[in-house]
Design a protein around this ligand. Structure first.
Ligand code: NDP
Length: 452
C-alpha cells in the first residue's frame, strides 16, 4: 500500500499550481490540487486576462476616433459598461471550464476548500485529512491596503473588474503596474481619473525615461497624476467619497481604488507551525530549486515574491517538475525577464534600465544610450497627439545590448522578439545589421545610430 494518499498535493490552482500539477500527473504520479476560490487563479480570474479584456474594450474608443481621420463617418457611439462586464464574466466562466477539463483530463483531482498544513505530509481541508509525499504551495498573492480611516470604502483590482457601473470620478492610489493600467482603462472609457502617488513619479524601478514619458502621455490623455501625495482618510458624503490628502487638500470621487501592492498569500496555511520559513514580507523562503526550509515542501509563484509575473510562475512550475520528477536539477534564470505594462500607451521592457546599467558599469561613459521619440504613422491622418519612445542601452565596451524599452503603440508585441535577441546576447552591431520592416514603428530599433 502507498505510504501517502498522493505523490503531490498542490495548494493553489493558479497558473503555476495548475501547470505543475498537470505536468506531474502526466508523468503517472497521483496528484491533487486544492483551491478555495476559482480555478485559474489571479491571472486568469482576477488579473491579466480580465484586465486585458478591459484594456482592449477601451482601445475601441481610440480606434473609433482615429478612424474618422481615415474617412470613416461614424454615427454617434455609446459604450455599455454592463455589457462589457457580462461579456468578460462569460469569458472567464469559459476559461474556468477549460481549466477544470484540463485538470480532469490529466488525472489531477480537484479538492475545493481552504488548506491547512497539519504536518509536513498532511493537509486538512474542510475537516478531512489528505497526505502527500511532496507538497507544492502556489497560493499567489492578494491586494494589500494601507490601514487608514475609511479604507473599508475602497476597492482593489478584485472589485474593479466587477463594478456595477463605470464610476464618473475615480481615484487610483499607487503608481505600479496595476494603478497605471487601470488609470488608462477608466480614463479611456470615460471616467475622470486621478492617480495618487506618494513618489515623485509613477512606476518605480522602470527606466527613468520610460517613467516620465508615460506619465506625460497619460496626462495628455486626461489622467490627473497627484505626485508626492498620500490619502490619509476616506469619508462617505452624500455625493460620493471625500479623500483627505497629505497635501492638506481634499478630493471628492465616486470610487477609490487602492493598487498599493500585493502581499504573498501565506497566512493561515499553518506554515510556521511545521517549520516553513517566511521572510519579512511574508513570502515563503525558497532555494534556487523552489524548495522551502522543509525538504518535501516547495513553493512557486507570487507566494515566493521573486518576479511576480504569470510566465515566471509557469517557468518555476516547469523547473520544479524537472527537478523533482525528472531528477534533473533545474533552476530559473531571473535576468532578462521581459515585461509589459498595458498602460495607455503601453510599455514593453527587456533587460536593464539605464540606471541599472550605469550602476553595474565602472563609469557612466561605459554605457551608450540610443533614444528616439516619434509620432507613429497611424496617427498621421487621425491627428492623435500621441508619441512613441524607444530606447536602447548598450555596453560601450562589448557592444552588447543591455536593455530595450518601448513606450507606445504595440510595445508589448514588439518587445517579445527583442527579448529573444537580448537572451541570445545580441550586440548593437547585430541590431544595426538587421534589415528593418517598412513602414513599421519597430524598424526604428534597427535604424538608431545617434547616441544621446
Ligand atoms: P507594485 O508593487 O507594482 O506597485 C505598488 C504601488 O503602490 C507603488 O507605486 C507604491 O509606491 C505604491 N504604494 C505601496 N504602498 C503604498 C501606500 N501605503 N500608500 C501609497 N502608495 C503605496 O504593485 P501593483 O499592485 O501595481 O502590482 C503587483 C504586482 O503584480 C506587480 O509587482 C507585478 O509583478 C504584477 N503585475 C504585472 C502586470 C503586468 O505584467 N502587466 C500587471 C499587473 C500586475 P512606491 O513606488 O512609492 O513604493
Amino acid at each position: 500500500m502507498a505510504k501517502y494518499d498522493y505523490d503531490l498535493i498542490t495548494i493553489g490552482a493558479g497558473s503555476g499550481g495548475v501547470r505543475a500539477s498537470r505536468r506531474t500527473a502526466a508523468k503517472g504520479k497521483k496528484v491533487a490540487i486544492i483551491e478555495n476560490l476559482r480555478i485559474g487563479g489571479t491571472c486568469v480570474m482576477r488579473g491579466c486576462v480580465p484586465k486585458k479584456l478591459l484594456v482592449m474594450a477601451s482601445h475601441f474608443r481610440d480606434d473609433i476616433e482615429d478612424s474618422m481621420g481615415y474617412g470613416w463617418e461614424v454615427p454617434q457611439t455609446k459604450f455599455n459598461w454592463a455589457k462589457l462586464i457580462s461579456g468578460k464574466s462569460n469569458e472567464l466562466d469559459r476559461l474556468e471550464g477549460i481549466y477544470h477539463k484540463l485538470l480532469k483530463d490529466s488525472g489531477v483531482q480537484e479538492i475545493t476548500g481552504t488548506a491547512r498544513l497539519k504536518d509536513i505530509h498532511t493537509i486538512e481541508v474542510n475537516g478531512k485529512l489528505y497526505t502527500a509525499e511532496n507538497i507544492l504551495i502556489a497560493t499567489g498573492g492578494w491586494p494589500q491596503l494601507p490601514d487608514i480611516p475609511g479604507v473599508k470604502y475602497a476597492i482593489t483590482s478584485n472589485e474593479a473588474l466587477d463594478l456595477k457601473q463605470l464610476p464618473k470620478r475615480i481615484a487610483i492610489v499607487g503608481g505600479g503596474y496595476i494603478a497605471v493600467e487601470f488609470a488608462g482603462i477608466f480614463n479611456t472609457l470615460g471616467s475622470k481619473v486621478t492617480e495618487i502617488i506618494r513618489a515623485p513619479e509613477i512606476l518605480r524601478g522602470f527606466d527613468e525615461d520610460v517613467r516620465s514619458f508615460l506619465a506625460q502621455e497619460m496626462e495628455k490623455r486626461g489622467v490627473t497624476i497627484s505626485r508626492n501625495c498620500e490619502v490619509e482618510a476616506i469619508t462617505k458624503t452624500k455625493s460620493g467619497l471625500s479623500l483627505s490628502m497629505s497635501t492638506g487638500k481634499t478630493l471628492e470621487v465616486d470610487q477609490i481604488f487602492f493598487a498599493t501592492g500585493r502581499k504573498p498569500k501565506s497566512e493561515n496555511l499553518g506554515l510556521e507551525d511545521i517549520g516553513v520559513s517566511l521572510n519579512k514580507k511574508a513570502a515563503i523562503e525558497v532555494d534556487a530549486f523552489s524548495k522551502t526550509t522543509i525538504d518535501n515542501i516547495y513553493a512557486i509563484g507570487d507566494v515566493t515574491d521573486r518576479i511576480n509575473l504569470t510566465p515566471v510562475a509557469i517557468a518555476e512550475a516547469e523547473a520544479f517538475v524537472r527537478t523533482i520528477y525528472d531528477k534533473i536539477p533545474t533552476s530559473l534564470k531571473y535576468d532578462n525577464v521581459p515585461s509589459a505594462v498595458f498602460s495607455q500607451p503601453p510599455i514593453g521592457s527587456a533587460g536593464l534600465t539605464e540606471e541599472e546599467a550605469v550602476a553595474q558599469a565602472s563609469s557612466p561613459n561605459d554605457i551608450d544610450v540610443y533614444i528616439t521619440k516619434f509620432k507613429p504613422m497611424k496617427f498621421s491622418l487621425s491627428g492623435r497627439d500621441e508619441k512613441t519612445m524607444m530606447k536602447i542601452i548598450v555596453d560601450a565596451n562589448t557592444n552588447l545590448v543591455l536593455g530595450c524599452h518601448i513606450v507606445g503603440l504595440d510595445a508589448p508585441e514588439i518587445i517579445q522578439g527583442i527579448a529573444i535577441a537580448l537572451k541570445c546576447g545580441a550586440t548593437k552591431a547585430q541590431f544595426d545589421a538587421t534589415i528593418g520592416i517598412h513602414p513599421t514603428s519597430a524598424e526604428e530599433l534597427v535604424t538608431l545610430r545617434e547616441k544621446r
